[in-house]
Design a protein around this ligand. Structure first.
Ligand code: IMP
Ligand code: MG
Length: 197
């Protein structure tokens, strides 16, 4: 089931907070829009998971805020595990992938909810999914906050998508550029001069 909301126009008059105005061009998704959407997604997930024993597998580090906000709305018997995937280099392209933290929990026969911040080329998730499948879960469902379908290289789609966004480089709400900007409470478009330097 494909289920996503387009990144709709932010309310008229929404401005980048002064502290970030030098680096962030505009707010793409506000804190309030994110909160409302996550609440709706959590209801969809709860309905599909029907109270089954669930393992939530979250990709480090970009999912921190999304994960925290999502799981507090999930009334499911769930366990939490993390997998670390990192791409070399600090650019805007995902390069060579290395696993920096392996899974710890037993997934056999469980329902797995795989959580990622953004589905871009799909290279990351297409490497992670076979690793999870090898652990014999009952099924794997994937949730991402953001989806950039224009950039897709691998054949991978999420079951739950927060917002479908255009091909722009975004930061905030967990997403980084060179490990910065994860702490912004909104999703913003980074000024190109920041990553073109
Ligand atoms: P993929 O492997 O190309 O699908 O990329 C997935 C990863 O690249 C995400 O988990 C992010 O860490 C990173 N990424 C992709 N697009 C963006 C973006 O616009 N801003 C910040 N990080 C991004
Ligand atoms: Mg990242």
């Amino acid at each position: 089931m494909k289920n996503s909301a387009p990144a709709s126009l932010v309310p008229v008059g929404t401005r980048v907070p002064p502290r970030w105005r030098k680096e962030v061009e505009r707010v793409l998704i506000t804190e309030q829009q994110i909160a409302r959407r996550i609440h709706a997604m959590s209801r969809d997930i709860e309905r599909d998971f029907r109270g089954r024993e669930t393992v939530v597998v979250s990709l480090l580090n970009g999912t921190v805020m999304f994960l925290a906000d999502l799981i507090r709305h999930l009334s499911l018997p769930l366990r939490l595990d993390f997998i670390g995937v990192s791409s070399y280099g600090a650019g805007t392209e995902s390069g060579e992938l290395v696993f920096t933290k392996e899974l710890r929990l037993d997934m056999r026969g469980r329902d797995v909810l795989l959580v990622d911040d953004i589905l871009d080329t799909g290279r990351t998730l297409s490497r992670v999914i076979p690793k999870l499948r090898a652990l014999k879960p009952r099924r794997i469902k994937m949730v991402v906050l953001l989806d950039k379908p224009e950039r897709r290289v691998e054949k991978v789609e999420a079951d739950y998508v927060g917002f479908t966004i255009p091909n722009v480089f975004v930061v905030g709400y967990g997403l980084d550029y060179a490990e910065k900007y994860r702490n912004l409470p909104f999703v913003g478009v980074l000024k190109p001069e920041i990553y073109q330097r």
